[in-house]
Each structure stands twice: as C-alpha cells, then as structure tokens.
Design a protein around this ligand. Structure first.
Ligand code: IMP
Ligand code: MG
Length: 334
C-alpha cells in the first residue's frame, strides 16, 4: 500500500502510518517522497516524535525500516532520528539516495527566489535535487557515517512483495505541492503523487495493490501560493484551528475542504481508499470517538458527502492525536 497526502501538507499522515504499521503489521515500512522538508508527527507511548526522515512506522518494532533511493537524505538528521527512535538495527538507507550537503541548505535559505518568493522549508531539498539533475550530487554510498546503514532498497522491497508480504510505502508532501501536478511555481522540488512515491522505493506500478489518500477534514498550507478555499485567520481562530508547521514553525494558512482539488487528487493518485484526519477539530463532538455509530450526525454527513463526491471509500477516520483515536471502517465492516 502507498500512503499519499491528498492536499497540501502531510494532513496528519504520520499518525496514520503509525496506526497502519501497528495494526496491519507490514514486513517493511519504506519512506518515499522528497526528503527532510517533511515533518511527520507521531505521539507514541507518551512521547511526541517529529520525524523528517525515518518512517513513522518505526512504532511497529518488527518492521524493517527503509529509505528509498528517490528520497534526499541529510546525514545529520538521519543520525539524530535513528538515535531518537532507537532503530539502528533495522534501518536501511539506499546507497543511491542523494545527500543534502551544507551548501544546498545555505542556497535554499539565502535565495530570494526560493526562500523569499516560494517560501521553501530551507532544508536544502530543491538545490539538492538540482544537483542530482546536474549529476554533481553526492550519493549516500560516499558518506562514511552512513556506511553501516546502506541497503539495496528496491531489491529488499521487491523480494518481500514476491513473498506476498505486506509493504507500507510512506509518502511525504501533499498532492498540491507536486512539481508536476501542483500549483507551480509554489510547489516542492519533485512529483508527490502515488506513482512517484512507488518509484522512489523502486516499485513498479503493477505491484501496487492499494493507494491510501489522506485528506484532512479542512485544508492547511505553509508557504506562498494559490489557495482557493482559504479563510481568514480570525475565522480559523473562531473555529478553533491554529496550526504551525512541524519543520519551519511557521503559522499555517487554513481553508475549508476543497472538493475540486480532492477530486483531481483522487484521479491522479489512483486512490483506492481514503483517510480523513482531524475530524475532531471540525466537529468537537467527534473527539476521541472510536466507532462510526458514536460519531455526531453532522460529522457522519460530512464523511458521507466526501465519500459520495469522490467515489472512493473512506476507510480510516482520525478523531484525535492519540494513536487509538481512530475509526477503522475496515474493521467495522468485518
Ligand atoms: P521545499 O519543499 O522546502 O522546497 O518547499 C517548497 C514548498 O513546499 C513550500 O511552500 C513549503 O512550505 C512546502 N512544503 C514542503 N514540504 C512540506 C511538507 O512536508 N508539508 C507542508 N508543506 C511542505
Ligand atoms: Mg508536516
């Protein structure tokens, strides 16, 4: 299964990956997507983890954790997160990953175009991808500190799939930030749709069974660019929605659910299932609810409308930040 973000950011994907890993027990959780510009948050065993490189599926202790060759790696961030999560014995980083070097971060932060106009995260991702295209980038296999973690990720993932084992592919960045399909030029430095996420870890399109597209119950976005359903900060505050970016700490812009964007996102990602996160922020009565029956009527209507408009089943609903604040419709249907 590929898990992709449906709108702008990560839409609470970190928690969903953690839940799916603990619940579905995959053999491998493989990180795809751009790189350490992402911030995936997981609350686990009373601790908050803000992860930028290591898959959030680390919470399932039997899973092998991989970072695919399409993903940019910052060796310092990787080292910190391996330590934080205690995963040195089960992490594998593909030898072909592009390494983010200090000069790329410097360029990203000091460029008037990137930082000023586009509003990048300043993590060096764009300039590192430019270096890869120019064929001047350094690869993970050239970094001594990464030596012991190096792996052939496409081989491991495909071997596992051949044995019929479960593999969870963790995307990063939302669909609307795609370099190809998003609101160019206010986008990230690579495509972020499910096909590219699969390619990031070396899996061909015929091997993907499910695409889980994650939507937040409302929309939020950090950085500049068009945002059709944006509401004022005052209105967002009245709704009780104030958010800050995990990586940048910048206040996020808030908007209502964008059905047109969601339809296009479903189409291009080839979604087979949908997750809706943060339902409790929109409907306070949904907070912490774990089964469909107990949801407030207006929250049910909201979910049903999305499902019928998009024509794809909503299978997971998140109702709070704790890992078990989940309605798993897959389980309810059994
Ligand atoms: P970059 O990816 O750092 O080059 O930033 C390009 C644009 O994508 C900026 O608007 C960022 O705020 C946005 N962006 C990149 N990664 C994420 C993410 O993980 N969540 C939300 N926005 C992101
Ligand atoms: Mg994030």
């Amino acid at each position: 299964m590929v898990v992709a973000g449906g709108q702008w950011g990560d839409e609470g994907k970190g928690k969903i990956i953690a839940y799916l890993a603990l619940h579905d027990k995959p053999k491998i959780v493989a990180r795809a997507g751009v790189g350490p510009n992402a911030g995936h948050t997981v609350f686990y065993q009373g601790k908050k983890f803000g992860l930028r490189q290591i898959p959030c599926g680390f919470v399932y202790e039997n899973a092998r954790l991989l970072i695919g060759p399409g993903v940019l790696v910052n060796p310092e961030v990787v080292a910190e997160e391996i330590k934080l999560t205690g995963t040195e014995n089960r992490i594998g980083i593909d030898q072909r990953c592009t390494v983010i070097e200090p000069q790329y971060i410097e360029q990203d932060k000091s460029s008037r175009h990137l930082k000023g106009k586009i509003g990048t995260t300043g993590t060096g991702c764009g300039p590192a991808n430019v270096a890869r295209v120019n064929r001047t980038a350094k690869l993970a296999e050239e970094v001594p500190e990464l030596k012991r973690f190096l792996a052939d990720v496409p081989k491991e993932v495909n071997d596992s799939l051949r044995l019929g084992e479960r593999v969870l592919i963790e995307g990063s960045q939302g669909f609307a930030l795609s370099l190809t399909h998003g609101t160019y030029p206010y986008v990230t430095s690579k495509d972020t749709s499910a096909s590219t996420l699969a390619a990031d870890v070396g899996v061909g399109p015929t091997k993907i069974d499910d695409v889980m597209l994650v939507f937040k119950a409302y929309v939020s976005r950090v950085g500049a660019g068009p945002f059709p359903t944006e509401i004022s900060q005052e209105k967002a505050e009245k709704l009780g929605i104030v958010e800050y970016g995990t990586v940048t700490g910048r206040r996020r812009r808030i908007g209502t659910f964008d059905l047109d964007l969601a339809k296009r996102s479903v189409m291009i990602n080839g979604a087979t299932q949908l997750t809706i996160t943060c339902l409790d922020r929109l409907f306070k009565g949904a907070s912490g609810i774990k089964n469909w029956k107990q949801l407030p009527e207006e929250a049910k209507e909201f979910v049903k409308k999305i499902e019928s408009e998009l024509g794809v089943p909503v299978t997971i609903i998140s109702t709070g930040s704790e890992l078990d604040n989940i309605i798993d419709m897959r389980a309810e249907k059994l």
